[in-house]
Design a protein around this ligand. Structure first.
Ligand code: CTP
Length: 437
């Protein structure tokens, strides 16, 4: 589901080693978080080894507990080596219990992840059984719980498993990561494969994020627009969509209901976010007209093409027919129009600039009638267009509100959303059921 095609890296980045400094490239949003990973006995247990790595890449500290059945598929040594921590297996094992106290494990965890979760373990969780170390830890744990089931399709579809999944999903603090469909270890085809690891990591991020945007209805635009000349040619702007997608993802993790209006990009869809695909500026305008009245806030990260070809040919134009100039028509300024109408009540714009200084940003903020504007430079190689990092200066009418130094786009998104959260809380409450005028 996640990780569709990734955009081809530009020549500058092609041979660049990954930058592992804190705050760089890898979105290190799990810094300081302690994850307890319970691995239960299914063939997908081997994938849990890589999950340790994925969670560590988000800067989490991972401890692992294995059920007895899991130790038949994978060894504690594998997980000890990967996690750099002792691995818990049996309850009351001589020596082990004093070294790894099961109540202590439960208390320490900021999030409990069960991956893969077998039908048997789900049943135990559902009914509160505690007959081995992992199930005892799970019962003693108050932290959010992420469950990633994996099993044979018939076991998954069995009414008993389905009942247990429903009961567990309805419990506060539980995030269920649905298994994927495909070829199963037993040779059958169907649902039951462990979900992609990035999807499980995303569920951990959802489970561990503060829900300070709970109730916020947020509209985000992202990516470029494409303005067709004919069936094969178009005018567009440089934009990978990553900043807008990061905003949508992080806002969803923090509890917002997010609609993401996206131009054509090569990015995986953020889970839990409603995505509306558009191509042209006028399609983007129609999507905004439809969704803005029901939103509390808009973040306009899309790179809207300011001009479009005056006419679009239905087929492919011959070279000779193109001539040496292309008649153009202006596109509407979508943010400015919404600013005039005051819809939605909170509006954040972006300004892509190639010059230092705040003047252009302040002028755009006023011209577009938005409350906040994120000013970013797009002429520097290590930030902005097509890379994972950004640096932003947030402005309001009085001047600089916050400087968000060079960091991953997810961290920049978090900084922008902090400011949005403050202003949203200060908004007068809309009368119940009323649309914003
Ligand atoms: N924007 C918009 N509609 C347009 C152009 C831009 O809504 N037709 C929005 C962008 O999404 C962004 C903000 O306006 O949030 C500023 O976009 P930017 O491209 O920096 O500015 P422009 O208005 O296009 O001005 P200029 O090209 O002269 O810098």
């Amino acid at each position: 589901l996640l990780h569709a095609r990734r955009p081809t890296p530009g020549p500058r980045r092609a041979y660049q080693a990954p930058d592992r400094r804190p705050g760089r490239r890898v979105p290190n949003v799990l810094t300081g978080k302690r994850i307890l990973l319970v691995v239960t006995g299914g063939i997908a247990a081997y994938k849990a080894a890589e999950l340790v790595r994925v969670l560590q890449r988000h800067n989490a500290t991972v401890r692992v507990a294995l059920t007895a059945a899991a130790t038949r598929f994978v060894t504690p040594l594998t997980f000890e080596a990967l996690s750099g921590q002792p691995v818990a297996t049996e309850l009351f094992a001589p020596g082990e219990e004093s070294q790894i106290n099961h109540i202590q494990l439960a208390r320490e965890a900021d999030c409990l992840v069960v991956a893969p979760a077998t039908a048997n373990f789900l049943a135990k969780l559902s009914w509160g059984l505690a007959d081995d170390l992992p199930s005892t830890v799970a019962l003693a744990c108050r932290a959010p719980l992420v469950l990633a089931p994996a099993m044979n399709v018939a076991m998954l579809e069995h009414p008993a498993t389905q009942d247990n999944l429903r009961r567990l999903a309805a419990r506060p603090g539980v995030v269920l990561v649905s298994p994927a469909a495909g070829e199963l270890a037993c040779g059958e085809i169907g649902a039951g494969r462990l979900a992609p690891l990035e999807e499980i990591a995303e569920a951990v991020l959802v489970a561990t994020s503060p829900k300070d945007l709970d109730g916020l209805r947020l509209l985000v635009t992202a990516g470029p627009t494409e303005e067709p000349v004919d069936a094969v040619r178009y005018l567009s702007n440089r934009s990978s969509g990553r900043m807008g997608y990061a905003l949508a993802r992080v806002a969803h993790r923090r509890g917002a209901q997010v609609v993401l209006v996206s131009g054509p990009v090569l990015l995986p869809r953020p889970p839990g976010v409603t995505v509306v695909d558009v191509r042209t500026a006028r399609e983007l305008q129609a999507a905004l007209d439809q969704h803005a009245p029901a939103a509390d806030a808009l973040i306009m990260a899309a790179a809207v093409a300011d001009l479009r070809p005056a006419t679009t040919a239905p087929g492919k134009l011959r070279k000779a027919a193109l001539g040496d100039s292309l008649p153009l028509a202006p596109n509407p300024d979508l943010l400015a129009e919404l600013g005039e109408r005051g819809v939605p009540p909170l509006r954040i714009g972006f300004a892509a600039e190639t010059e230092p200084g705040l003047e252009a940003g302040l002028a755009k903020l006023a011209a577009k009638g938005c409350q906040l504007l994120a000013l970013n430079r797009v002429d520097l190689p290590d930030r902005g267009f097509g890379v994972d990092d950004n640096e932003v200066i947030l402005l309001d009418r009085q001047g600089v509100v916050a400087r968000l130094p060079l960091a991953s786009k997810e961290r920049i998104a978090a900084g922008i959303l902090d400011q949005l959260a403050r202003r949203w809380r200060e908004l007068p409450a809309a009368p119940a059921g009323a649309d914003h005028e």
